[in-house]
Ligand binder design. Structure first.
Ligand SMILES: Cc1cc2nc3c(=O)[nH]c(=O)nc-3n(C[C@H](O)[C@H](O)[C@H](O)COP(=O)(O)OP(=O)(O)OC[C@H]3O[C@@H](n4cnc5c(N)ncnc54)[C@H](O)[C@@H]3O)c2cc1C
Length: 315
């Protein structure tokens, strides 16, 4: 552990759209923010080439380039962007208390305010062919990528509400949606199952799993297997949407911050306030509903404003 302890006004952890937007606002409010980027500098959008729905880019943009723009904008106002992972926390529950965060097990930061924007990680099946074709037809976000498969045939994998929602969303854009459900029933709410059942261009295949995603550079189909009979079939599709859930990156906050049963941070009312005074949460880490870059950026702005007002209230 390093001997030096750094005291700062505003610490931001996570460098996705939420973190960088918080940084822009916090820096312009003179909170002199320091950001630790985590292992995935730029966040989830750096794993996609095409971002078509972020306002301000009429011709779309590349995810990595967009995050570089956001970083440059945050740095322009004085945000100090550092590479490192928050590995341990020790929060004060007092109003005006100091929050201690350890970075990479060695660096000690003491922060008057903390903005958590550590995002969420989409779960995948783990097949080699699936991992290879992420960005080439395999996606974990129908709202983000569905448009690219307009009029085409796709499969959705999953059995919960998210899978049912993704399937119905895609059914409005695509020619045909095949929903692959591993068990012989769906976990989605009855209402969502009903929506799926009454949508003509969704076919549900139960007891069915993906054996392999087919294609070398882009998806050309999937080989599916019936886990009861062992029977295999090729389904010709150009898009594969994996909808088996997300894991919020909140392990280090367990026991300190209020979370829901799946680990998403709980914020108060319409604010970004957590149960600890001076600790705020923005982006996908506190949002299992929308999970979009623009909503993450919006709550990043809110977190910086909440932090600035919190500090103001202490004076
Ligand atoms: C393939 C793909 C394509 C997408 N396409 C679109 C799209 O076209 N349009 C759209 O609006 N949305 C899209 N999304 C969704 C969008 O990427 C997310 O909603 C958005 O990135 C969430 O932003 P965030 O800032 O909350 O977190 P994230 O982008 O998830 O960033 C989290 C950050 O936290 C950091 N971190 C995690 N743990 C720690 C830690 N302990 N210490 C320090 N840092 C940490 C990570 O390194 C990362 O920088 C897509 C998602 C994926 C996966």
């Amino acid at each position: 552990m390093s001997d030096t302890i750094e005291r700062i006004k505003c610490l931001i952890i996570g460098s996705g759209p939420a973190g960088y937007t918080a940084a822009i606002y916090a820096a312009r409010a003179d909170l002199k923010p320091v950001m630790y980027t985590g292992m995935q500098m730029g966040g989830q959008l750096t794993t996609t080439t095409e971002v078509d729905n972020f306002p301000g880019y009429p011709n779309g943009t590349d995810g990595t380039a967009m995050m570089e723009d956001l970083k440059n904008q945050a740095e322009r106002f004085g945000t100090e962007v550092r590479f490192g992972m928050a590995t341990k926390i020790d929060f004060s529950s007092e109003v005006g208390g100091i929050h201690k965060v350890t970075i990479d097990e060695t660096i000690q930061i003491e922060a008057e305010t903390l903005i958590i924007s550590t995002g969420a990680t989409a779960k995948y099946l783990g097949l080699e062919s699936e991992q290879r074709l992420i960005g080439g037809g395999v996606s974990a976000c129908a709202t983000c990528d569905g448009f690219f498969y307009k009029g085409q045939d796709v499969v959705v994998v999953g059995a919960g509400d998210t899978a049912a929602e993704e399937a119905t969303y895609l059914s409005n854009i695509c020619n045909k949606v095949t929903l692959l459900v591993r068990k012989d029933y769906m976990r989605a709410s009855k209402a969502m199952q009903h929506r799926v059942a009454k949508t003509n261009n969704i076919e549900v295949k139960y007891n069915t799993e993906i054996d392999e995603v087919l294609g070398s550079n882009v998806v050309e189909g999937v080989r599916a297997v019936n886990n009861q009979t062992g029977e295999k079939e090729v389904i010709d599709v150009t898009g594969v949407f994996i909808a088996i859930g997300h894991k919020p990156n909140t392990d280090i906050f367990k026991g300190a911050l209020d979370m829901d049963e799946t680990g998403y941070l709980i914020t108060k009312g319409k604010s970004t306030k957590t149960n600890i005074p001076g600790v705020f949460a923005a982006g996908d880490v506190q949002d299992k509903e929308y999970r979009q870059a623009v909503t993450a950026a919006g709550t990043g702005c809110m977190a910086a404003l909440d932090a600035e007002r919190y500090l103001g209230s202490l004076e």
